[in-house]
Every structure is written in structure tokens, then in C-alpha cells.
Design a protein around this ligand. Structure first.
Ligand SMILES: Cc1cn([C@H]2C[C@H](O)[C@@H](COP(=O)(O)OP(=O)(O)OP(=O)(O)O)O2)c(=O)[nH]c1=O
Length: 191
């Protein structure tokens, strides 16, 4: 249970997964979307990118937030051997990404930012995912039947490829899916 003490929570995300996951916290919130350019300094260390972008997404609301409003924004990056895998532009790139993740361990970093007119808190959670060796047939089947294009690293742990491919998960499933709900709960309770 979270007592928002009269504050209005705004989820700044068009991601249906984030909207579903936040509902799981049993809170009232509204969704407000603002276009934010998801670019970051070229030589920024990989583990600073999600916090940078979640804060950028939240700060886009800064000038219009009312005193009783708190905005929640989030960002997820997939990091393989120190390199960031973004959302794939097309099937070819999705295929390359899934081949590169196959049989390896990668990290999923999801950051949340909670911002009100008086306060800004950003926190990141990191999960480690081990994928089995994926066959070309499995990768093609996934890309054909599912929509990997709106997902960092070209996969959804909650989709078919996650069911068959994830051998080991160290950390929160929800962090991989796009919202570390345990962190949202913690930060809001400390608010
Ligand atoms: C790794 C992984 C990512 N994803 C998704 C979560 C995020 O929606 C997306 C990463 O892109 P983000 O840029 O973090 O978020 P977004 O553009 O989808 O949504 P918004 O900025 O409006 O909040 O990848 C999954 O759904 N499952 C997974 O297993």
C-alpha cells in the first residue's frame, strides 16, 4: 500500500508494459505522453544511459507540473559486453541482435525517475539474463510472429522468446520487462 497523500501520479510512458506493471502496484495514476528525443552523449558509460534518459523523459514535464503532481518516467537499455543494444530498426537488425545475445549473458538496466516541482529522484535497477543458444529457426520464428521492434535488444522476456530462451535470470523479471516496480514502490514510500 502506498499513500500518495493527495499527490497525483503521472506515468510518462507510452509503453503498454509499463502501464500494466504500474497498475500492479494498486495505485491511481494517469498517463501523459510527451515526445522526448532518446539521444545521449556518445561516450557516456553504458550504465549511465538509462538514468540519463529516464531523467530526460521526466524533465520534459518540469515546466508544467502542478504542486501536487509527481511524474514517473523510465528507460530500459540492454547491455551486451559493454555495448548498448537499442530498439532494432528492422528485421535484419533484430536478427543480428538476437544472434549476438544467443548463448551469452547480458544486462538489462532500467532506470526510474520520479519528479515533482520540489524533488527529483532517479534510481536504476540491473538484471542479468542468460540466453540459451538460439537457432536461426527460433530467431526467425520470433521475429515473424512477434513484435520485437519496440523493445530494447529486440526481445521481450514476457514473450515466446523469453519462455524458450531465458536460462537464468539474476534480478527482477519486471526490471527486464521495463519497470522495476519494487523500486517505484520504495521511492514513492520514501517520498
Ligand atoms: C529487454 C526488454 C525490453 N522491453 C521493452 C521495455 C521498453 O518498453 C522498451 C525499451 O524502450 P524504452 O525507450 O525504455 O521505452 P519506450 O520507448 O518503449 O517507452 P516510453 O519511453 O514511452 O516509456 O523495451 C520489454 O518489453 N521486454 C524485455 O524483455
Amino acid at each position: 500500500m502506498i499513500d500518495l497523500k493527495g499527490k497525483q501520479l503521472i506515468l510518462a510512458s507510452r509503453s503498454p508494459r509499463r502501464q500494466e506493471l504500474l497498475k500492479g502496484l494498486h495505485l491511481d495514476f494517469e498517463i501523459r505522453i510527451k515526445e522526448t528525443e532518446e539521444d545521449f552523449p556518445i561516450n557516456m558509460p553504458a550504465n549511465q544511459v538509462a538514468p540519463f534518459l529516464s531523467e530526460k523523459k521526466a524533465r520534459a514535464f518540469e515546466s508544467e507540473l502542478k504542486a501536487d503532481e509527481v511524474v514517473l518516467a523510465s528507460d530500459t537499455v540492454v547491455v551486451l559486453e559493454g555495448k548498448i543494444l537499442n530498439k532494432p530498426a528492422d528485421s535484419e537488425e533484430a536478427k543480428q541482435m538476437l544472434f549476438s545475445l544467443s548463448g551469452k549473458v547480458h544486462e538489462v538496466m532500467t532506470s526510474i525517475t520520479l519528479l515533482s516541482p520540489l524533488k527529483c529522484v532517479t534510481q536504476q535497477d540491473i538484471a542479468k539474463v542468460t540466453f540459451k543458444v538460439l537457432t536461426e529457426e527460433e530467431i526467425n520464428y520470433y521475429i515473424t510472429h512477434f513484435q520485437p521492434f519496440d523493445k530494447a535488444g529486440a526481445y521481450g522476456i514476457q514473450d515466446w522468446i523469453g519462455f524458450i530462451g531465458v536460462q537464468k535470470l539474476e534480478g527482477s523479471f519486471y526490471t527486464v520487462m521495463g519497470l522495476p516496480v519494487h523500486l517505484v514502490y520504495k521511492v514513492l514510500n520514501e517520498w
